[in-house]
Design a binder for this molecule. Structure first.
Ligand code: FES
Ligand SMILES: [Fe+2]
Length: 407
């Protein structure tokens, strides 16, 4: 394997594709004025998917679900992000725990879906674990000379919350979620997201690499074109100047736009106490690597992005509205679901066509607009810094976003 003085690729012996290896070894950050997209093979290579699982999804705060999925002590749910199977538990004291949802014996998935449990019993040979992940019950091992039960608990991971959102990080040395969130909790505080009602959830399955979806969440260049003429949300001013920034850790994109026309929203359907700025516009957040929020005066849409394989992505959308009779009425919910579902389907009918083309384009890569796609570029730089083990070592170029304007 070739090595350069700049990148520090460790443990990537599984990469056999020379072109990919060469790209990883020679990758350097670029100024946005010379930005090009990632080469096509980055979206279709199984080796890249594996690399992302090991170096990116295993080292980032992953959005896994909501606190209301675990209302009572001893409740649990299972979730998989990038094929990392997780078991999320509320223990007897009410504290959250995150484990790999795999039995330590011969790696059978341990728990299914969700429920309440005093312990977890593996369906294969009956090994039993308590709610702290400790192995407490095993049969037929009396004659094993080297068997130490205390060594075979479930792998456990960092878990933390922001309001109703649960995040898990597999990296034992990760920086705290709070550090990654920076000013976001303050910025989104007025929406009082914890108090909203979850009225609809839908899993969209798309034949695309997950990066195509994230790229689509950090630019609005496509909006007046791809979403043109639909008029589902006439009040959104798609062409107003967008203020965007990445915080010091470079791990999120926030956009605020004011509405072009005065909104006619039924009074009881609006989030109470919103300041004028939030009543007259929306906030959009794309948080590294798999979480997005779209906040309107009458709706918060939450995105969970799950890369199932190199060319398949599950996107779970959850619709949240104020906890009032008017907001939760079937009529209001249906109209909000239909409006935004239509927009999602516009994106999801185009992106798979790109995925198809990428399969045959090898190292081709188109240019990115410095004014409209700087965040796509920034996303790529951040991603590549993770994949090449140079996170924190690269000086990102052209940091010219005015974050103070948003606060
Ligand atoms: S694999 Fe779980 S007990 Fe055997
Ligand atoms: Fe879109």
């Amino acid at each position: 394997m070739e090595a350069t003085a700049n990148n520090h690729l460790n443990n990537v012996d599984f990469i056999k594709d020379k072109e990919l290896l060469n790209y990883l070894n020679n990758w350097q950050p670029h100024p946005v004025e010379r930005a090009v997209c990632l080469p096509a093979f980055m979206y279709v290579s199984d080796e890249v998917y594996r690399l992302e699982r090991e170096k990116l999804f295993s080292r980032s705060w992953l959005f896994v679900g909501f606190t209301n999925q675990l209302e009572k002590p001893k409740s649990y749910f299972t979730v998989s992000i990038a094929n990392i199977s997780l078991l999320i538990v509320k223990n007897e004291e009410g504290n959250l725990r995150a484990f790999r949802n795999i039995c330590s014996h011969r790696f059978t998935p341990l728990a299914l879906e969700n429920g309440k449990a005093n312990c977890f019993v593996c369906p294969y040979h009956g090994w039993t674990y308590d709610l702290e992940g400790k192995l407490t019950g095993v049969t037929e091992f009396e004659k094993h000379e080297d068997f130490d039960m205390s060594k075979y608990g479930l792998s456990s991971f960092h878990i933390d919350t922001w309001g109703p959102f649960i995040f898990v990080n597999l990296d034992p040395n990760c920086s705290p979620l709070k550090t990654q969130l920076g000013k976001l909790p303050k910025l989104f505080d007025d929406y009082k997201i914890s108090e909203l009602s979850h009225v609809h959830t839908h899993d969209y399955q798309a034949n695309i690499n997950w990066k195509l979806y994230v790229e689509n969440t950090v630019e609005n260049y496509h909006v007046p074109f791809l979403h043109k003429g639909t008029n589902e949300i006439p009040q959104l001013d798609w062409v107003s100047p967008v203020k965007s920034f990445f915080q010091g850790k470079d791990n999120y994109y926030v956009e605020y736009s004011s509405f072009s026309t005065k909104e006619e929203i039924e009074p009881g359907t609006v989030i109470e106490g919103l300041p004028p700025k939030l009543m007259q516009g929306y906030f959009w957040l794309s948080f590294w690597p798999n979480f997005c929020l779209f906040c309107l005066p009458n709706l918060v849409l939450v995105f969970l992005i799950d890369p199932i394989s190199v060319s398949q992505t599950r996107i779970r959308w959850t619709w949240l509205v104020p906890n009032t009779t008017e907001a939760k009425s079937a009529e209001n919910v249906q109209s909000l679901v239909e409006e935004y579902d239509k927009i999602q389907l516009q994106d999801l009918s185009l992106l798979p066509k790109i995925q198809n083309e990428l399969a045959f384009l090898r190292s081709s890569a188109g240019p990115l607009s410095p004014s409209k796609e700087p965040m796509v570029h920034r996303f790529h730089e951040f991603l590549m810094a993770y994949l090449t083990d140079s996170i924190g070592m690269q000086k990102f170029q052209n940091r010219n976003f005015d974050e103070e304007d948003l606060f």
